[in-house]
Unconditional design. Sequence first.
Length: 530
Amino acid sequence: MLVSTPRGARASSSTARQLALALFALLVLALAPSSALAATPKILKKATVSAPKGGTVRGTLTGSKCLVRLPVNGSKIKVTVRGPLSVKKPKTKTLKTKGKKKVVCTWKTSAFADGTYQFVATARQKIKAKTYKVSLKRTVIVKNKVTASAGMGSTIPGLLAEGPPLGTGNARFVARLLQGWDGWLGGIDSNRRQFVRQHFWGVVAHTPSYDQYLPWSPPTLVYKDLYAIYREDTPTLTNHPEWVLKDAAGNPTFIDWGCQPGPCPQYAGDIGSPTFRANWIAQAKEAVAKGYSGLWIDDANMEIRVGDAAGNATVPVDPRTGQKMTFANWRRYIAEFLEQIRREIPGTQLVANVLWFGGTSIGRDADQFIRRAYTAVDRLNLERGFNDDGLTAGYSPRDAWAVESFMEFIDRMHDLGLPVTLDSAGSGREAWEYNLGGFFLVDQGADAVGEMQLTAGDWWNGWDVRLGPALGERTRRSDGVFERQFAKGLVLLNPTRATPRTIKLPKAYKRIDGSTVTSVTPQRGPRPRC
C-alpha cells in the first residue's frame, strides 16, 4: 500500500520583495531511492474543500459548515478539528458519502477555548488498485470569550499566550523542563514568565515542583512513567512487592535507564496487573486535578524493555502465566493499559513517548496491539527525533532503519489522526537545525519539536521560525536531498552519512543565522549526545 504519495507537483513560490528564508538540515544517517511511485492521478488534484475561511468565528461555527467536495470513487472522508487545548475536546468525524460527490459537516465549538483551529479533511482514494491519500486543510479563528482553565492558559490578567499557531510552516516547541529549570522559573521576574509563554507551545513538567507555575504556564502535561516503580518508593515496595516484575530466578527487574554505574533507579512494574493499573490511574487523576492539561506517558514501549539491576536486558516472567513474558502479551498489556487510562481519565490530553520502531519483528505499527495503543492517545512523542543515531542512510522500504522509513512512520501516524513531537537529542545549533528541518518536512500543521537536554533559559532562534504555509508535500530530488517549499522559505535535508551535495539555489535566500546564500553544501550533522 502506498503511503504519503506526493500530492501533485511542487508549487512555485511567489516573488518576494525581501530575501526568503532557507533552512538547511543535516542528519546523522542517509537514504536510498525508494521504488518509483506512480504519479497521483490528476483527478485527485481536483479535490477541494470549502470550510471556514479565515476571519473570526464567534460562538458556534454558525454559517461555517465544512463542505467537502470529493473526487470520484470517494467512499468516506474523515474530518478532524485540531487546535488549542479546550474545555471540550475536539473529535474526529468520519462521514460516509455513499456515492455523493460532496458532504456537509458542522462543528460546534461553543465550549472551546479561544484560539486558532484547523479543519483537516482526509480521504483515501483507490485508483487502478493503488491507494492515495488526499488531505485538505482550512484554518479558522474561534472567539467565544471562553478562556482555558489553569494549566491550559493564563489566569493572570494581561498575560497572554503568544506561542506559535497551528498550521504548516510554524515551529511549535514543547519544552521538557527538567530539574534545572526550577530555580530559573522560581524568581518573580515577569520577563521569564513571558519568555516561556512566548516561546513554548507546550510544557512537560513534574509534580509537585511545577504546580506553582500552572496559573501562568502554557498547556502543561505532567510526566508519569507507564511502568516505573521508584527504588525510594518504600510504601509501594513494602505493600505491593507483587507489582515488581521478576526474572526466571525470582530477581526483581528494572527499567534500563540511569543504570550506570548502577543499580537502576526504577523497578519494572507489572503492566498487566489490575491493581497496579488502578493505583497508577488514581495517582494520574490526582496530578491532573491540580490543573495539568494532560499526561506525558513515558516508556509506552511496544517492545519488552526490562533488565537486571545493571541494565542488562532480560525477559520477565508473566505473573498471569508463570512463563516468560511473550512479546504478544507485552504489547497487549500496554494497549489495554493505555485504553483503560483513556476511558478512566476522559477529556485529558494523553501523549505517549514511544519507540517508533516498536514491533519490528511483527510488522511494526501494522500490529493490532500497537495500533490500539497508539490510537488510545492524542499524540506520540518520538524521543531523539531526526537526531536518533540508530537511523541509517538507506532507502525505504529496503532499509527499515532509514530516515525515509522514519518519515513514513510519521506519515502513517498522521493517517491515524496522530500528530507527533520530535524530541531532539542533540546539543547545539547544527543538531537542532537538522531536527527542525526534518520537522518541517513531515509536519501536517499540528506536529511539534522539542529538545531533551535544553538547559534553563537557553533558546535558539530557529524555533521561532515562521515559513508560511507549505506549498506542497516533501519531495525527493534526483540527488537524494529532501525538499519542501513554503510561502516564505525552503527546507532542504541531506541525509547524514550521505555524500555531501552542493546545492545551487533558485535565488538568494537568508539562513536562520541571517547570512545570505545562493548555494549551500550541507555537511554531516553532529552525533547526538544521549
